[in-house]
Design a protein around this ligand. Structure first.
Ligand code: ADP
Ligand code: MG
Length: 414
């Protein structure tokens, strides 16, 4: 069934032309719950993405084959459809266009400043430093001489970053001059900006901040633990709540998150933060103007007992959202984990002995089937599926994850 009956009735009664229209940027699996939530809210949904076999297209009322990383193209489509709201979640590709369209059409969402910094990590870092946000020191680097100067200042290791890429592409940790030089040259070849960003590398523990802003105020702001896959730079493969350093670092993290949103100029938006802590101090790595990936909307939904996807839709339509969020549930813990393979090969079988009637197992989903080629995990595109758990304590959900993983076996050839 494609339509919820309530919204189907709504469509017949009032006629499609009278329905409010929302554009959803992206049509991948991660946008599907957002598209569904928009339909359940009685909105006419236009799903925008480059053409492809994306599951989101079948979920929306209409498809718009548009490159969502191209703000002008998205604006043209948004105007043509006369939309009243625009939204995305869990991925960065559409964020600059989202900010641009909101600004140009006067819609509720991240403004132009925020959109500009979302397109450029150097501008974001400049805004952070100017506003006293605790973050790694940085330099704009255009030549090999400037690279050497930056390294002399920070010492190894350094982070060498493309300013205009996302999803851990073009982000390197470098421990030698040779590595740094190679990364710098490879970024300079592919980056459109003509410079790269070099930062002191904070050898700390990665964690996450998740929040929503309405008229510049947090309607909620939470921190959670990040499970990081140890690649060249750590990549998140899971999150869990509550934050285990809440007592020591919770307040400090919220203060820095507040400064960071002000620095960048977010006022009506979901925001997601990459944070690090080291020696009792919190560092903001970056802020993203959209809900986080790796099941963060599901964790927010469970923690605050709301449908977070509906909150994202309501916010995009300029509706009040603050009353949806009260205190996070007490004595509650939850966790998400991306399933992955540690080797490449043909998938022979998947065996799942887990008891899925267990109320603490919220979801175990597998995206691959026997015969598929699976890759050794390097980023989110190599995922095999996901697990979402809830329970009374962080320790409990972590133990449950171990049990779930023992009872779920991917047989990979070779
Ligand atoms: N200065 C730094 N020190 C330590 N780790 C960093 C630093 N900058 C980035 N990282 C690590 O690299 C990851 C990706 O960098 P980020 O700037 O968030 O780019 P992306 O847009 O690809 O997520 C971060 O989540 C963090 O783990
Ligand atoms: Mg990041």
């Amino acid at each position: 069934m494609r339509m919820e009956s309530a919204s189907a009735e709504n469509r017949c009664k009032s006629g499609v032309e009278k329905m409010k229209k929302i554009m959803i940027l992206g049509a991948s699996m991660s946008q599907v719950p957002l598209i569904r939530a928009a339909r359940e809210e009685g909105l006419y949904t236009i799903v925008a993405s480059t053409p492809g076999d994306w599951p989101g297209f079948a979920q929306g009322d209409e498809s718009s084959f548009t490159d969502i990383s191209d703000p002008e193209a998205v604006l043209r489509e948004a105007r043509r459809h006369e939309i009243q709201g625009i939204v995305t979640c869990c991925m960065d590709a559409g964020v600059p266009a989202l900010g641009y369209v909101c600004e140009q059409m006067g819609l509720c969402g991240p403004g132009m400043n925020a959109a500009r910094t979302a397109r450029n990590k150097f501008l974001m870092k400049e805004a952070f430093r100017k506003n006293g946000v605790s973050c790694a020191e940085h330099r704009k680097v255009t030549t090999e001489e400037e690279l050497e100067e930056a390294i002399k200042r920070f010492g190894f290791p350094v982070a060498v970053k493309a300013v205009d890429q996302m999803g851990s592409r073009g982000i390197y940790r470098c421990d030698t001059y040779e590595e740094a030089g190679n990364c710098f040259r490879s970024i300079m070849e592919s980056s459109k900006e003509g410079y790269c960003l070099v930062e002191e590398f904070i050898e700390g523990t990665l964690f996450n901040g998740e929040a929503m802003l309405r008229n510049g105020q947090f309607v909620f702001c939470m921190t959670d633990n990040t499970e990081a896959y140890a690649a060249a730079v750590p990549t998140p493969v899971g999150h869990s709540f509550p934050f285990e350093k809440e007592k020591e670092l919770g307040e400090m993290a919220r203060r820095e998150m507040q400064k960071a949103v002000q620095a960048v100029g977010y006022d009506n938006s979901a925001v997601d933060f990459d944070l690090l802590y080291r020696d009792g101090k919190v560092y903001v790595v970056e802020i993203n103007g959209r809900a986080g990936a790796t099941c963060l909307p599901e964790l927010v939904s469970m923690t605050y007992q709301v449908d977070y996807y509906k909150a994202l839709v309501k916010l995009a339509m300029g509706e009040p959202v603050a009353e949806m969020f009260r205190k996070p549930s007490a004595n509650f813990a939850c966790l998400s984990h991306i399933l992955s393979s540690d080797k490449e090969g043909r998938l022979l079988s998947v065996v799942n002995w887990n008891d899925e009637s267990d109320p603490d197992i919220v979801e175990i989903s597998v995206d691959v089937k026997p015969g598929d080629l699976v890759r050794k995990y390097t980023n989110g595109r190599d995922r095999l599926g996901q697990v979402i758990l809830k329970g009374k304590s962080l320790r409990g959900v972590k133990e449950k994850l171990e049990e779930v993983r023992r009872n779920l076996v991917f047989h990979v050839e070779g």
